[in-house]
Design a protein around this ligand. Sequence first.
Ligand code: HEC
Length: 240
Amino acid sequence: MDGRFNTIAGWVLGAGIVLLGATLVTGELFKAERPETMGYPIPGVQAEGEGGEAAAAEQPIAHYLQTADAARGENIFHRCQSCHNADNGGANGLGPNLWGTVGNNVAHRPDFSYSDALKNHGGRWDWDTLSQWLHSPSRFAPGTKMTFAGLSDPQDRADVLLFLNQHGGTLTIPPPPAEGATPGNAATGGNAPAANAAAASQQRPRADAATGNATQGGGPAANQAAPGSPPANAAAPAHH
Ligand code: HEC
């Protein structure tokens, strides 16, 4: 009786171990397979996705200043007028008078009581700092008293900044970001990865055939190919 019970228990245990083993093996197989099946269609998709992001990503403000329009800017400035005016000798309101702000120091009015956030910020209002400020005052100077959400459209910012510059500002319109320089500038943002991905997808079939492993084979080859290679350069301006 005892012996038979042990035998049965042994079989049950054994079956369990076999099952467990099978599960582990399938799990292992499944894990090993997943990246491969996913990795295959993705190179093209990824390149497109990143290209899309790069296209959506903002250009430097200098780009939008080329086509900026002070009349449009004056319209946008209506949204600021509950707190600001830009008149020469105009009074401070809820916000400081903005005559002569563009090109001046941050917190430029000695007779306005700025928040510590802005007063201690330091620096100068140039196109870039003003663009960042107007994009999101609270991100530029956390704790600022300017309770204005910001202008998310870079063209709106360029327009209103051009209008402000014509009210005592001292800046000149910067040259357009050079054709070749634009992708370089945006490289931190995401153009380079797109170019890399484009190069990678070209490299992958070959690497695939050689090693059977797209991810390991394609990566280094693509990276070597990317800097300065025609496909990488050709891929970057494609979003224009
Ligand atoms: C609700 C009121 C309000 C609105 C609307 C508003 N601002 Fe301001 N703005 C302020 C206040 C308050 C400050 C001072 C902020 C501080 O001290 O932290 C300020 C500061 C500024 C400064 C810095 C001035 C300096 O002397 O350094 C600029 C530039 C500016 N605003 C531009 C604008 C523009 C352009 C708009 C419209 C797109 C706008 N503001 C909308 C209240 C406002």
